[in-house]
Ligand binder design. Structure first.
Ligand code: AMP
Length: 397
C-alpha cells in the first residue's frame, strides 16, 4: 500500500509517500512560503535529485494540488494516478484530552480537533486546513489523524497537573500534555526491539533533541512523564525556546523592556534557547558546537547549560520510574551530536553509565554508545516520525 503522510505548518507543508510493504519513502518534499510571495515546491523521487519548482500557492489547497501533480507527473512522478494512494496520514499537533490514540478522520473527529484549537492556536488550524484540502482533492480516500500529544495521555495525574488553582484545569483544561509523542513512541519501541526485549519489560528515557527538544519517561511501554507542557515552551532549553523558567520573569521583562505578555512570550519562543543564551550566535547546534571547539566561552557556557538541563530531566525521570534500563538520544542533535551526548552522560556516572567514546563518535543507524559494563544502556536511535505516522495510518484503515 502507498500512504501519503502530510505535516502542515502555518506556511509550510511537508509530505512523504511511503510504501507500507518496504517501509521506505518513494517520494518526499515540502512546500514553503504558502500564501507568501516566492512559494516553492521541493520534490524528490527516491534515488533521484531534489527538484525545486517556484510556483504561486495562495493556500494549502494549492500546495496539496501541486504535491499531487508532482507525485503523478508523467516523467518524474512516483505513481501513475491518485488512485494508487491508499490512505493519508495527517500529523496533528494537539489532541487535548480527547485523543489518546490516532483516529480515522470523519466530521466528528474534525470537530473534536477544532475544539483543541485553543490549545495550539498556531498549529491545529494549519493541520485542519491540510485535512480539508486533502478531503477536497482526494474524496473517498481514508485519512487518519496522528496526534503529537496522544502518546503522553498515559501520564498519571501527578505528572500532568500544574500547581495552580484546580478550576483552571476544570474550566480551561490547563495541564501538561507533552509533544513529539510520535517520536517518543517510535524510539522507545525501537530501543526495545534493538535490545531484544518487549517494551513492557523496560524503563526507557528518550531524549528528543532537535530544534524543538523534549525528554520522556517510558515505563513498560507507556509514557509516565514528559518535559513539554501545555505548550512546547516548557522543559529543555531548545533552539530558540527558553524551556523552564520562573514565571515571574515574564512580568519582570515586560516591565523592564516595556513589552506586553505576547511580546515577551514571543521572545521566550523565538529569541531564547541556545540562540539567545549564546548571545544570538545561532540556533543551529552545529554552529554552537564549532564555536565550542574553537574555545568560545559563550558557546561553552551554552552547551553546558543545555546539557545540564537534559541531565536534570534524566535524573528526575529515573526517580519517576524508580530506575532506568536504557537512555536513547534522537532527533537532529541527539542523533548527530556526540558532544551533547557526552556532556549529558558526564553527569550520569551515579547511574553506573560508562560511555564508549569510539561508539559515541559513530553516525548512522541505531547504535549502542555505552560500554558493555555500563549499568544502563545508552544509544542513539534515528527517529522517523513519518514512518510512525504511516504505520499508525495503516493500522487504523
Ligand atoms: P531537528 O529539529 O530534529 O531537525 O534538528 C535540528 C537541529 O539538529 C539543528 O539545531 C541542527 O543544528 C542539529 N544538527 C543537525 N546535524 C547536526 C550535527 N551533525 N551535529 C550537531 N547538531 C546537528
Amino acid at each position: 500500500m502507498k500512504i501519503l503522510v502530510i505535516n502542515c505548518g502555518s506556511s509550510s507543508l511537508k509530505y512523504q509517500l511511503i510504501d507500507s510493504e518496504t517501509e521506505q519513502w518513494v517520494a518526499k518534499g515540502l512546500c514553503e512560503r504558502i500564501g507568501i510571495d516566492g512559494s516553492q515546491l521541493v520534490y524528490q523521487l527516491a534515488g533521484g535529485e531534489k527538484e525545486i519548482t517556484v510556483s504561486p500557492m495562495a493556500n494549502h489547497t494549492d500546495a496539496i494540488r501541486l504535491v499531487l501533480a508532482a507525485l503523478t507527473n508523467d516523467k518524474t512522478g512516483a505513481i501513475k494516478s491518485l488512485s494508487e494512494i491508499d490512505a493519508v496520514g495527517h500529523r496533528v499537533v494537539h489532541g487535548g484530552e480527547k485523543f489518546t490514540t490516532s483516529a480515522v478522520i470523519n466530521d466528528d473527529v474534525i470537530e473534536a480537533i477544532r475544539e483543541c484549537n485553543d490549545l495550539a492556536p498556531l498549529h491545529n488550524p494549519a493541520n485542519l486546513i491540510g485535512i480539508d484540502a486533502c478531503r477536497e482533492l482526494m474524496p473517498g480516500v481514508p485519512m487518519v489523524a496522528v496526534f503529537d500529544t496522544a502518546f503522553h495521555q498515559t501520564m498519571p495525574q501527578e505528572a500532568y497537573m500544574y500547581g495552580i488553582p484546580y478550576s483552571y484545569y476544570e474550566n480551561y483544561k490547563i495541564r501538561r500534555y507533552g509533544f513529539h509523542g510520535t517520536s517518543h513512541s517510535f524510539v522507545s519501541k525501537k530501543v526495545a526491539e534493538d535490545l531484544g526485549k518487549k517494551p513492557e519489560d523496560l524503563k526507557v528515557i528518550v531524549c528528543h533533541l532537535g530544534n524543538g527538544a523534549s525528554v520522556s519517561a517510558v515505563k513498560y511501554g507507556k509514557c509516565v512523564d514528559t518535559s513539554m507542557g501545555l505548550t512546547p515552551l516548557e522543559g529543555l532549553i531548545m533552539g530558540t525556546r527558553s524551556g523552564d523558567l520562573d514565571p515571574a520573569i515574564i512580568e519582570f521583562i515586560a516591565q523592564k523592556e516595556n513589552k506586553n505578555v505576547s511580546e515577551v512570550l514571543n521572545i521566550l519562543n523565538k529569541k531564547s534557547g541556545v540562540y539567545g543564551l549564546s548571545g544570538n550566535m545561532s540556533s543551529d547546534f552545529r554552529d554552537i558546537e564549532n564555536a565550542y571547539f574553537a574555545g568560545d566561552e559563550m558557546a561553552i557556557m551554552t552547551m553546558k547549560t543545555f546539557a545540564y538541563r537534559v541531565a536534570k530531566y534524566v535524573g528526575a525521570y529515573t526517580a519517576a520510574m524508580n530506575g532506568v534500563d536504557a537512555i536513547a538520544f534522537t532527533a537532529g542533535v541527539g542523533e548527530n551530536g556526540p558532544l551533547v551526548r557526552s556532556l549529558v552522560c558526564s553527569y550520569l556516572g551515579y547511574l553506573g553509565i560508562e560511555l564508549d567514546d569510539e561508539q559515541n563518535n559513530k553516525r548512522g543507524d541505531d547504535t549502542v554508545i555505552s560500554t558493555p559494563d555500563s549499568k544502563v544502556t545508552v544509544m542513539f536511535v534515528p527517529t522517523n516520525e513519518e514512518l510512525a505516522i504511516a504505520r499508525e495510518t495503516l493500522a487504523l484503515i
